[in-house]
Write a protein that binds this ligand. Structure first.
Ligand code: ATP
Ligand code: MG
Length: 759
């Protein structure tokens, strides 16, 4: 081997060495967190290149999130240099989009097909259910959407689903599935699950296409293999050519790495089976087990091992480290989520004296909504932070509107997008006009966009002259921008369409302060488009939309600023590492999540999620909880997470083991560690006790002091600030108000609890 190759092996332990140099049969690397699985994968690629066994363009490496893919690409590039650009290092979804765009003729679909995200898909499903005259109360479109997603993850076609359906309910779902897919097809669109399923079908049904890719990709590598679902599993098999032995092309070399203790996507159909039965699926497979952890100190590892070892039926593995005990894990029981946020902020502040920079710190939470209390304190104290995923930039109304315009430009048959902007901004095309056009489209089996063109040609009778004018103008707008788009950049097209449609002008003319920030957000989108053009000079509108569509909610922000605290959900954190980690919200009902507590298999998944959280930490780990946390404006008392109880006492230093408010309750309930996980449930009367303790702001008002509110009234909330009441339901003690606090934050508040003042 060359000097290059030798250098790649230096510093690897014997098992890692074996995994990096193995050739001749499929390779499985299984190991706990931080043992160098991703390192082995990247070094294996570099080693194959250095020894001349592979060319860069023969490599496809796949992982789950854009963030993980970017990180992997970076690691590979630092090992092999610019030739890394010729490899496919991407997520499952982007790899599939690339294949589908090239092979669109055999799919078949238009090369400019749209990709619908979850919200778009749910919208389309809602329309489908409406067409089926299903009562949304009895047949929830979101549930239908999830079930269809499950079907696709299992590669079950609408025909299969119909054949399997036994109950009426299942039959309805199967029918909705078929109609929903027809609607997608007609809109020349795919949802996220289609990207995988259609690629698998493409490769299975077109052996010559499959062979093209097999000839090209001689090295297939998959990180986080424990999170693959059935469709992804079949995709890997098809790429490798495991089921095709008379191809004249031998199967590609397959490497998968994973850890069944970190499987956290069962809700998307992931199955640990794929890793556990790898040796059965690939009979000549070679397995390497890694045991040394290089990431964390012993105290952190002991805490993580203790949490995961409570899961039944797992293969026990012992991770060890030679990096020493390190600092103890620090625990803190806060009174409320605000108190918890204060503790975290002050702790980060004092860590600065030990040369810990904000960029070294990550804070994890179970659900996105938990970021709010943290954000408030960081804004107030001026600590720099970023929220990964939770910003939901791409879910803001104005961004979705603008993207709908762009998609309508790129794909005239994209019905969901065109219907979204049909009367946005208001142009006199109300529900009735939409229904008339939609009915015509349905009757003539054409897309909504095509029906608009027909209307403009005078083919749809019964439209009022005013409606006709509006339709003509809308149609002309889209056509003009389409023409302009043929040789304009995505940013220019965006400007043109926002301008020509009157979208920005309407926002500017509004005196709602929110609309001002909407304009700013659109400017931000313009910046995204301009930046896209810099990184991809010949990228067209279709490429831009594809990039945007694939920025899954988890990872919209590039990882270039080392100077900010990172806030993210545990799901997003998988595969990453940070010197300092705060795992917040360690309460029963928060983490584990309330809906998982009564289900053994869901609880096991929550435990794996906790294992993922704890094992991200390199040097310092904090576990924090709040005794009272608000949801929907209602304070809830939550007992300590049962995961805390598993952690050996000697590795944790409790700064505060019992929250102030809890001390007022009978001591047997919470003052002893033994009571952790005792199943203590909040009772309404306890809220008053908390109030007496003065620990939290949440107070229960007497009936006569409940503010009387109505839609349109401005209010001031102690933590959310200024807001406008949208609607009030119920009376007196039962009154609930929906309040818009700006930026899309609409809260439902129980007036008897909410610290709300009428202005
Ligand atoms: P996860 O399960 O969380 O994805 P992983 O098994 O993929 O973890 P890596 O991210 O590859 O682990 O490695 C964890 C850390 O250990 C990284 O910082 C990596 O550089 C380091 N590391 C791995 N192997 C070695 C080694 N032989 N010598 C020094 N450092 C190592
Ligand atoms: Mg990894």
């Amino acid at each position: 081997a060359s000097a290059d190759a030798d250098a790649l092996l230096a510093g690897l332990n014997p098992q890692q060495h074996e995994a990096v140099t193995h050739t001749g049969s499929p390779l499985l690397v299984v190991a706990g967190a931080g043992s160098g699985k991703t390192k082995v994968l990247t070094h294996r690629i570099a080693y194959a290149l250095a020894t001349g066994r592979a060319r860069a363009d023969q490599v496809i490496a796949i992982t789950f999130t854009n963030k993980a893919a970017a990180e992997m690409r970076e690691r590979v590039r630092s090992l092999v240099g610019p030739q890394a650009n010729r490899m496919w290092v991407s997520t499952f979804h982007s790899a599939c989009v690339r294949i589908l765009r090239r092979e669109y003729r055999d799919v078949p679909i238009r090369s400019t097909f749209s990709v619908y995200d979850m919200q778009d898909a749910q919208r389309l499903m809602a329309l489908t259910c409406k067409r089926l005259n299903l009562d949304p109360k009895q047949f929830n479109p979101k549930l239908f959407s999830r079930r269809v997603s499950d079907f696709k993850n299992e590669l079950i076609t609408p025909a299969d689903a119909a054949a399997q359906a036994r109950t009426d309910f299942e039959k309805k779902i199967a029918e909705a599935y078929r109609l929903y897919n027809d609607a997608l097809q007609q809109a020349h669109a795919m949802d996220f699950d289609d990207l995988i399923m259609r690629t698998v079908q493409l490769l299975q049904n077109n052996p010559q296409v499959a062979r093209t890719y097999r000839r090209r990709f001689r090295h297939v590598l998959v990180d986080e293999y424990q999170d693959t679902n059935h469709a992804q599993y079949m995709l890997v098999r098809a790429l490798v050519g495991a089921d095709d032995d008379d191809a004249g092309v031998p199967p590609a070399e397959l490497t998968v790495v994973g850890d069944s203790d970190q499987s956290i996507y069962a809700f998307r159909g992931a199955t640990i089976r794929n890793i556990e039965e790898f040796e059965k699926d690939y009979p000549d497979a070679h397995t390497v087990v890694l045991e040394q952890n290089y990431r964390s100190t012993q105290n952190i590892l002991s805490a993580a091992n203790a949490v995961i070892s409570a899961n039944a039926g797992r293969r026990a593995k012992r991770l060890w480290t030679d990096s020493g005990d390190g600092a103890k894990v620090i625990g803190y029981a806060a009174d409320s989520e605000h108190d918890e946020a204060r503790f975290i902020a002050s702790e980060i502040d004092s860590l600065a004296t030990e040369n810990v920079k904000p960029g070294d710190v990550a804070i994890f939470y179970r659900t996105n909504a938990q970021s709010r209390a943290l954000e408030e304190i960081f804004i107030r104290t001026g600590l720099p932070y970023r929220v990964v995923g939770g910003t939901r930039f791409y879910e803001r109304k104005e961004i979705k509107d603008a993207l709908a315009y762009l998609r309508a430009i790129a794909n005239p048959d994209d019905s969901v997008s065109i219907r979204r902007i049909f009367n946005t901004p208001r142009r006199g095309l109300g529900d009735k006009a939409e229904a008339t056009v939609a009915a015509y489209a349905h009757d003539h089996d054409i897309s909504f966009g095509a029906a608009i063109a027909a209307a403009v040609d005078g083919d749809i009778p019964g439209l009022a002259p005013r409606t006709m004018n509006a339709l003509r103008d809308f149609h002309a707008t889209l056509n003009e921008v389409r023409e302009f788009a043929t040789d304009a950049s995505p940013a220019e097209i965006l400007d043109a369409v926002l301008d020509r449609s009157g979208y920005v002008a309407t926002l500017r003319a509004s005196d709602d302060p929110q609309d001002e920030s909407r304009v700013e957000n659109l400017a931000e989108l313009h910046a995204v488009a301009a930046e896209f053009r810099e990184t991809q000079p010949d990228g067209d509108l279709g490429d831009f939309l594809e990039r945007v569509a694939l920025v899954a909610d988890s990872d919209s922000i590039p990882d270039d600023d080392a100077g900010q605290i990172t806030l993210m959900t545990v799901h997003t954190a998988k595969g990453l590492e940070f010197p300092v980690v705060f795992a917040s919200g360690m309460e029963d009902g928060t983490f584990p999540h309330a809906r998982s507590i009564d289900d053994a298999s869901q609880l096991a998944e929550e435990r794996r999620l906790a294992y993922v959280a704890l094992t991200r930490a390199r040097e310092r780990l904090y576990l924090t909880r709040a005794a009272v946390r608000s949801a929907w404006g209602m304070p809830q008392q939550l007992p300590p997470s049962r995961f805390l109880a598993a952690i050996p006492e000697e590795v944790v230093d409790w700064r505060r083991e019992v929250a102030g408010a809890e001390a007022f309750r009978s001591t047997s309930e919470t003052s002893s560690r033994l009571s952790f996980g005792s199943g203590y449930r909040p009772k309404t009367s306890d809220t008053r006790r908390v109030q007496r303790a003065g620990a939290v702001r949440a107070t229960e008002k007497d009936e006569e002091t409940i503010p009387s509110l109505e839609a349109g009234v401005r209010v001031l909330h102690d933590s959310y600030g200024l807001g406008t009441v949208l609607e009030v339901t119920g009376q007196g003690w039962r009154a609930v108000a929906s309040v818009d606090f700006g930026d899309g934050a609409v809260k439902k508040l129980m007036l008897r609890y909410a610290p709300l003042t009428k202005l």
